[in-house]
Design a protein around this ligand. Sequence first.
Ligand code: ADP
Ligand code: ASP
Ligand code: MG
Length: 927
Amino acid sequence: MRAAAVASPWPSYAGSLYHFPPRYYKVPSSRTHVCISSASSQAQHGGKTWDCPSPVWPRVVSGKTRKDRKNNQILASVTDISLEQSIESASLPKGDIWSVHKFGGTCMGTSKRIQNVADIVLSDSSERKLVIVSAMSTVTNMMYELVNKASSRDDSYISAIDNVYEKHIATAKDLLDGEDLAIFLSQLHEDITNLKAMLRAIYIAGHATESFSDFVVGHGELWSAQMLSYTIKKYGKPCCWMDTRDVLVVTPTSSNQVDPDYAESERRLEEWFTHQRADIIIATGFIASTPQNIPTTLKRDGSDFSAAILGALVRARQVTIWTDVDGVFSADPRKVSEAVILRTLSYQEAWEMSYFGANVLHPRTIIPVMKHSIPILIRNIFNLSAPGTRICQVPVNENGDKKSLETVVKAFATIDNLALVNVEGTGMAGVPGTASAIFSTVKDVGANVIMISQASSEHSVCFAVPEKEVKAVSAALHTRFRQALEAGRLSKVEVIPKCSILAAVGQKMASTPGVSATLFDALAKASINVRAIAQGCSEYNITVVLKQEDCVRALRAAHSRFYLSKTTLAVGIIGPGLIGGTLLDQLRDQTATLKEKFNIDLRVMGITGSSKMVLSDTGIDLSIWREVQKEKAEVADLDKFAKHVYENHFFPNTVLVDCTADTNVANHYYDWLRKGIHVITPNKKANSGPLDRYLKIRTLQRLSYTHYFYEATVGAGLPIISTLRGLLETGDKILYIEGIFSGTLSYIFNNFEGSRAFSEVVSEAKEAGFTEPDPRDDLSGTDVARKVIILARESGLKLELSDIPVRSLVPEPLRACSSSEEFMQQLSNFDTEFSKEREDAEAAGEVLRYVGVVDVVNEKGFVELRRYKREHPFAQLSGSDNIIAFTTTRYSNQTLIVRGPGAGAEVTAGGVFSDILRLASYLGAPS
Ligand code: ADP
Ligand code: ASP
Ligand code: MG
């Protein structure tokens, strides 16, 4: 029967293989003898022979105990000590003499790391040390995988368990030698043999119960604890290891959790201690027993919880949790690169953080230690110089009386893979028991409700559950409320899949004015739609539910708003030509200052031309952007480009800067803005294109927090659009706008004073680089017409480009010239006509100026060559300056004039740059 128990171990395992050494239960000492000395009893204990504590060798490791148990002589002496005697003679010392350490999987990842752990334990000068360890990293996953494979009848579980075996053999061989190594390897071999038998049984049954699975997966901790204890023992220090299944008693609850039985665990620990009193105890994390002595676990990542329970049982001075990060960050450092380490956290804050997904700490870790005010220290085993995060009872006046938002909001955490269930209907209002019926139904399917929100109108109750549980929840609610749904008292039970929770955590944050406003403002500005909100009465957190795809962006937006007081912006530059290239150079020269002085962090995540683009995950080094573009470019793809910049891993806010003059690029603005991507451009094509598209963009922009800035479309860097906006927004009425909007034509007419022919002035302008390659593009007046239409629409007129009459300066016969050279040659044929017009004006004391006009009162716009008196401001222009005069209700006798250079790469790029900074300030940068 015993042999059969190994081949098909589980039925008898529950009953006898996994009995504790009977002396724990005050059975007659004769049975103690049976347990320890009988060879057959060792066989029946299978993998459990090693957990019999030995009362006669305090200060030896369990492995030694195990080996020596095989020595009959010594075993005889074991039985010489009666159980009652041993209990009476020992009591577990408690209190400050104990220092508790927990080393996570990453700390135990390799032989070198385990050696490092041993060094840390040895360097702690505390009188007594209790060290809780996780399995070597990845081992628990490998063990779960074994069970999955076996239960789905995949026989690769055999090679998988061999991998686990080899990993531990190799590690042990690196760390240990001689007798200790032999003992460990023989135990490992025995365990693996038993596990193979058990997995075979699972394979045959095609099913594994939770207890089977818990038994298998817990071996990772059993092995890591033994290896560490042997390693420490090498230094001659009294050290033993503890199989915590002998000590920790927990009751599994319905929702993948366990509740510790502190009284029974304390009793068993005291009992255990009567037999093993070494100063250093290495205990297995993660594993425990049920009250029926069935092996179980504290569930994934449960070693932190093990450490907290054991720390509480010995009333330790402190529990140090060693991991691979410098402490608790203000947000998951894998998602927010700028997260900062928190020096202290209150117990409540730490609990909220871990509950809402900060897996640096298991959520159940806090309760046991909080009861005894034992501080937890989170430290980085790979960076001993970092002081870590201290979690403790924060003194009430830690931050003084002053509550700044930064001290109130400590951190952010997220949980993914949730679904929102919304139960809605007018029949719920005022009907007692609806909420209770909903949640008892949810409870009956065993689903875990993570947050609940109910509007005070009582028309809807919505709550979040893990996505994998939502199908069952929805089905159960439909069944439970069938009648109410049919009668119309409930209108729907709706599931919103693919959601995440973002929680802002901090002491007293919910009672501090302005916190939620700032949080929601940051989310709105990053164009994130909030599906549901809950603010715990605990005042420690505000929870929002959002679309999963928005979650990381939301996390970054909220984090940077509260924590960094830095405005971050991911920038994509389209068209690195003259203007785009100049803008990149300006950004290069200014980014450091912006970061240091104004807390604005701009990162160019991509640059694309029409054929090539470069993308970066962290920001292109602008000091070498030209080289990068030459060397690292890939084929341009505007959709891929936009997606890359938008879905960057650092910044919640994205802006695409279109420095082209391309209609195709402008055609994308609507979609970009709809996604929440801000757009900034000097490209006139969108605003002067079809009216309906323009109106659609503006409507979208007004309904969202997404910004579309285009100051440089008119007058380059001059404040034309913003002046116009300022007038309109402050209630002024625009009557008339008139201006010289073309730098080229400004230059030409400022210099066409009689000394030179018109064609000569044009070629001079062309040579000086003031014109387009084909000067007809300037002389045709279309560009000015586009500016007129932009200002007209900005003033509220609904005009199309075709509604603007334009006086073209390209003589009719020359419009068909095939090249600009041919045009330039023939232009002189028309000099007399131009001269005549100029002379007529001069005779009347006037000059010619090429202007665009928006006649708001008469709802018209036009572009023409006008005459102005010599003393008129337009007549006194020089160089290629622009000048724009606004006549408004406020500025009616004397117009409001804006004048200055209105063309050229530097000033245009400067205008675009200032739009970028305006955007940053809209997003929260200090002014
Ligand atoms: P261990 O194996 O040591 O138990 P875990 O992987 O369970 O380590 O926990 C540490 C990890 O938690 C870190 O590597 C980090 O990536 C992640 N983490 C998530 N949120 C936070 C946070 N707010 N602060 C620190 N670490 C966090
Ligand atoms: N080894 C277990 C796990 O990976 C427990 C722990 O490491 O906390 O879940
Ligand atoms: Mg962990």
